[in-house]
Design a protein around this ligand. Structure first.
Ligand code: NDP
Length: 460
């Protein structure tokens, strides 16, 4: 019997009906929020076992409360380009749940940003943050601004304008944003500068992902990618395996992808392909990370440049085809919905052993079902990529102490956290009769802590 083929009991069917009804209610209210509905459906499906065993959550109507953000802020972000022309973008901050601590979650600057994307990211952030064991609630924000092709001054003016509104909604004990797609150290720096100017005070803990000179944490840049690999290491250990001589594919070539590749290579794997939004590069003998870092970090160029200095590699201009390459470990690290059912089937046919989500929701519901039906080890985003936010929380701790930890101290903490997340997910999946199903394990482990806390705090 695979992880999905189970006989449904009467109690289970009752809960499934309750979840379906709830989902339909949410859908009727926000029918156009496709990504949010997808994340909600995934969550509700995986919480069935815990609702069967614990009636309190249903009696207290905890899901209906949890699924509605505590607060959503949308705002106008006007800015002037280098030619003096005025542009207007839309800014967002979704403050979803503060049961466990101040809202915490990154800011994304990308043209695809809308309320649905913000809400799905903030929802999944709640459970990810809960899994880290750190005292942080869930939030997310960003703008439909495209940083591509913008000058440094344009980026600075945009960040300053964005913070000119956002500042009134955040603070070290209120809401602590960080980076995400399109927001790195440079953008965090400009936003921090503007926050400081407006507040007239130095609140180092208001943002994470800062530069090292003003409260940033060593190891934060690498944390999501490294954490992804630490998590996969634990998955492999369960099958008495490790990274040595494994063939790895990583989509994307940004922050998460590059440091995942770095750690995988260090542990003896061969990374044969990576991508950007234009296409992917493939070299059966392994890619040069040094070249990828030069292209992406130093030159800010396209991944297609790779073949200019490595003629033995091939470039293909359809990034979605990257999953047709045979590999042992697939790490989607670019963006949401990169792996659909067809790509998942292709990966399975080609013998993939592990799929772990470095990005947020990169696999569709149907793709995840394909992996689970075929007993592929599957690591869901809220667990796999939690290393980034965990390290952000360590940055907040250092800011409160007014101390800086060494990179070794941070990395040791990160490894511990990732191991604990893995064992908690595994324990929850076993406890609720879904052994090996880390989607169920991660959502239940993350959810129960938040739900129990909401009940304790009398939010209801
Ligand atoms: P970056 O902006 O550094 O990199 C994103 C990468 O993905 C780039 O190579 C980009 O290519 C590529 N990409 C973006 N959109 C698409 C697309 N539609 N198709 C194919 N490739 C695409 O972002 P991060 O590495 O920081 O984030 C990647 C993912 O990881 C996101 O889902 C993010 O939410 C998640 N994440 C990030 C964390 C962090 O600490 N940074 C923490 C936890 C999760 P191009 O340059 O062409 O746009």
């Amino acid at each position: 019997m695979t992880q999905l083929e189970r006989v449904v009991s009467k109690e289970e069917q009752e809960v499934i009906d309750y979840m379906d009804e709830l989902y339909e209610k949410i859908k009727a209210r926000d029918a156009h929020e496709v990504e949010f509905l997808q994340a909600t459906k995934m969550l509700l499906n995986s919480l069935v076992p815990v609702f069967v065993k614990n009636r309190t959550y249903r009696e207290k109507n905890i899901l209906e409360q949890l699924i509605e953000p505590e607060r959503i802020i949308t705002f106008r972000v006007p800015w002037i380009d280098d030619n003096g022309k005025t542009h207007v973008n839309r800014g967002y901050r979704v403050q979803f749940n503060s049961a466990l601590g101040p809202y915490k979650g990154g800011l994304r600057f990308h043209p695809s940003v809308n309320l649905s994307v913000m809400k799905f990211l903030a929802l999944t952030q709640i459970f990810k943050n809960s899994l880290t064991g750190q005292p942080i609630g869930g939030g997310k924000g960003g703008a439909d601004f495209d940083p591509k092709g913008k000058s440094d001054n344009e980026i600075m003016r945009f960040c300053q304008s964005f913070m000119t509104e956002l500042y009134r909604h955040i603070g070290p004990d209120i809401d602590v944003p960080a980076g995400d797609i399109g927001v790195g150290k440079r953008e965090v720096g400009y936003m921090f500068g503007q926050y400081k100017r407006i507040q007239g005070a130095y609140h180092a803990g208001v943002l994470t992902g800062k530069g090292l000179n003003y409260g940033g944490s060593l190891g934060r840049t690498e944390a999501t990618g490294y954490g992804t690999i630490y998590f996969v290491q634990e998955m492999l250990k369960d099958r008495r395996e490790d990274f040595k001589n494994k063939t790895v594919i990583t989509s994307g070539s940004g922050n998460v992808a590059i440091y995942a590749m770095e750690k995988a290579i260090k542990l003896g794997a061969k990374v044969v392909a990576c991508s950007d939004s234009s296409g992917y590069v493939y070299d059966r003998n392994g890619l040069s990370l040094q070249t990828i870092k030069r292209i992406k970090f130093s030159e800010g160029a396209r991944i297609s440049e790779y073949v200019k200095t490595h003629p033995e590699a091939e470039y293909f201009d359809d990034g979605s085809k990257i999953w047709s390459i045979p590999c042992d470990i697939a790490l989607p690290c670019a963006t949401q919905n990169e792996i659909d059912e067809a790509s998942a089937k292709m990966l399975v046919k080609n013998g993939v052993q592990v799929v772990a989500e470095g990005a947020n929701m990169p696999c569709s519901i149907e793709a995840i079902d394909v992996f689970l039906e075929n007993d592929i080890m599957f690591g869901p985003a809220q667990a796999v990529n939690a290393g980034g936010v965990a390290c952000s929380s360590l940055e907040m701790a250092q800011n409160s102490q007014r101390l800086s930890w060494t990179v070794e101290q941070v990395d040791e903490q990160l490894q511990k956290i990732m191991k604990t997340i893995y064992s908690n997910c595994k324990r929850a999946s076993n406890k609720y009769d879904h052994p090996g199903n880390l989607v169920v394990g991660a959502n239940i482990a993350g959810f129960t802590k938040v739900a129990d806390t909401m009940i304790e705090q009398g939010v209801i």
